[in-house]
Design a protein around this ligand. Structure first.
Ligand code: PMP
Length: 392
């Protein structure tokens, strides 16, 4: 049997493998990126499903347009205007199967074998996998607590004609938890306009802010329609619905719609109607406030415990929102070795090397703080600190 060449680009995701281990309830897992399931609004969803089926059952169970359910697209457009200061109208929004599908479709729309994607170093693992499927090569740009090194980015944009797009996660990034400064948001939008290279601004975590002010999106500074934004209900509501979106100028959205037709025709109609009904009848902001309160407390405990338990030459981020913190060990320590020892004590995390498409940086790892209870966060990170002390 002969597989397609693209199958050579794929290997099993390390995270998925680690997640299998974490299914054991005894494991204290900082590995996944899972929201806290006890916060899913199950009672409200039961009621919503009933209402949708009673009021609009035939529509909810029928095919709909590829673009998606209009009232939901209109709600998303308004939400983006308010939170991200963008000016996309409903007709510039395509509903996708999670924002992950929007990333996959981006690869389909833009990439030929050997094309380059510019990304943050490190970046989101499943975006790397999605883009690799289309034969992408990666140019990683160094980042600090204010975002990408803009001079290094401009240098690459000047030199390399095969760059198809820039992929960034400017709010509470996965995996580092970092958030870009306002200045860098403006500057990257200018560079994208100037060099006519699109930006894919992936924003699953922006709404999960624990403190400080919401920042306008990169796309809000776009003057020429080169910025594409992806979003999702996965972290503010529930990932199981698999409803996300991509927002872009009309020409681009037409391309995305074409490739989505070939993939799955449309997203689940019932899910779209149910989410639209939820945001109509309930206060999503109040729900997000409930979630962020819990995550903030978990973040506080995680940071506090890491300060107390981790060796002083181990550095970590202290994110203002989102689900993740990023840990850097002294260079001689391989986080995969630390993980092996941790797994023997029923503690899991994801080694950072996987988040660098061109390899290296084995002395890093990612901590997820949203999914474990407060006492397990303290217990797990204290044990992790003891183990790290054996390595430094
Ligand atoms: N982008 C980033 C940066 C993510 O962390 C995730 C989820 N872990 C996604 C996109 C995809 O999320 P979903 O498909 O559930 O919307």
């Amino acid at each position: 049997m002969k597989y397609a060449k693209r199958m050579n680009h794929i290997k099993a995701s390390e995270i998925r493998e680690i997640l299998k281990i974490t299914e054991n309830p005894e494991v204290i897992s900082f590995a996944g990126g899972l929201p806290a399931p006890e916060l899913f609004p199950i009672e409200e969803i039961k009621r919503i499903n009933e209402i949708v089926l009673e009021e609009d059952g035939q529509k909810a169970l029928q095919y709909t347009t590829t673009e998606g359910y209009q009232p939901l697209r209109a709600w998303i457009a308004n939400r983006m205007k308010k939170r991200l200061q963008t000016s996309f109208d409903a007709d510039k929004i395509l509903i996708t199967h999670g924002s992950q599908q929007a990333l996959d479709l981006s690869g389909k729309v833009f990439l030929d074998e050997g094309d380059y994607v510019v990304c943050e170093s490190p970046t989101y693992l499943a975006a790397i996998s999605a883009f690799k499927m289309y034969g992408a090569k990666f140019i990683e740009i160094d980042c600090d607590d204010t975002g990408m090194d803009m001079d290094a980015l401009e240098e690459q944009l000047k030199q390399n004609q095969k760059i198809k797009y820039i992929y960034v996660i400017p709010d509470f990034q996965n995996p580092t938890g970092r958030t870009w400064s306002l200045e860098k948001r403006k500057r990257i939008a200018q560079l994208s306009n100037m060099y006519d290279v699109p930006i894919i601004e992936d924003n699953p975590y922006g709404e999960l802010r624990f403190e400080g002010e919401y920042l306008p999106s990169i796309a809000s500074f776009d003057k020429k329609g080169t910025c594409i934004v992806t979003g999702t209900f996965s972290k503010t509501y529930c990932p199981g619905y698999r409803i996300g979106w991509v927002a872009a100028n009309s020409d681009l959205i037409k391309q995305y719609v074409l490739v989505k037709q070939g993939s799955d025709l449309q997203c689940n109609t019932m899910s779209q109607l149910a989410i639209a009904k939820f945001v109509e009848l309930y206060d999503l902001d109040a729900h997000i406030q409930t979630i962020t309160k819990v995550y903030k407390r978990r973040r506080d405990l995680a940071v506090q415990t890491m300060h107390q338990a981790f060796p002083k030459n181990v550095h970590f981020t202290e994110p203002e929102g989102g689900l993740f913190a990023w840990v850097e060990l002294p260079e001689h320590i391989n986080a995969r070795d630390v993980l092996d020892t941790c797994l023997a004590s029923n503690i899991a995390f994801v080694p950072g090397g996987s988040f660098f498409p061109n390899g290296g940086h084995e002395n890093t790892f990612r901590i997820n703080f949203s999914n474990m209870s407060e006492d397990r966060i303290v217990e797990g990170l204290t044990k992790l600190g003891d183990i790290l002390n054996q390595f430094v």
